[in-house]
Ligand binder design. Structure first.
Ligand SMILES: [Zn+2]
Length: 165
């Protein structure tokens, strides 16, 4: 089988990390850990990840409490691999195992990146997509559903009968 979108498609839509982070911020709301205020304003102009609470001054990362917490990898790797999982789960009705979608094939699709990075992202996302916790299911829908829809028009998804290589 073949997935109906490529990493190159993603790079055309999101040519830098900042544009991918902007997508994430559009779909994921960060709250102040102290006063629960919705956070919008970055602490520093140069760092889109850290937001500052206008009320109490506390800072929070947009990744806190999510699977992205503590990651130093390009968020576009996460979004691409998450999108593959979402596609397989929704449209092929299965979580890809390594025979269907291997870490090696993802590495090839993305280009030169460490095995360790891709393997860690793959395992974390596999666990997320296999989870039956409502928060995990909602997170997948919130982030990877709209991302997949942007990468791949709905009509194409429905008619696609290719193979994942
Ligand atoms: Zn606050």
């Amino acid at each position: 089988m073949k997935v109906p979108f490529s990493y190159q498609t993603l790079l055309r839509a999101y040519p830098d990390r900042e544009s991918a982070i902007a997508f994430y911020k559009k779909h994921h709301t960060t709250y102040c850990p102290d006063c629960n205020e919705v956070l919008h304003n970055p602490l520093r102009k140069t760092d889109p990840l850290l937001l500052r609470c206008p009320d109490c001054g506390r800072t929070a990362s947009i990744f806190t409490g999510t699977i992205f917490q503590g990651t130093r990898a390009d968020i576009r790797y996460w979004l691409y691999i998450g999108c593959l999982f979402y596609y397989c789960k929704q449209h092929l009705q299965q979580i890809p195992d390594r025979r269907l979608l291997s870490i090696q094939s993802i590495k090839r699709a993305i280009g030169a990146t460490s095995d360790q990075t891709i393997s860690r992202i793959y395992k974390t996302l596999k666990k997320l997509f296999e989870s039956t916790e409502i928060d995990d299911i909602n997170f997948c829908k919130l982030i990877f559903k709209p991302f997949l829809e942007e990468l791949c028009p709905q009509g194409l998804l429905l008619t696609h009968t290719g193979e994942i290589r």
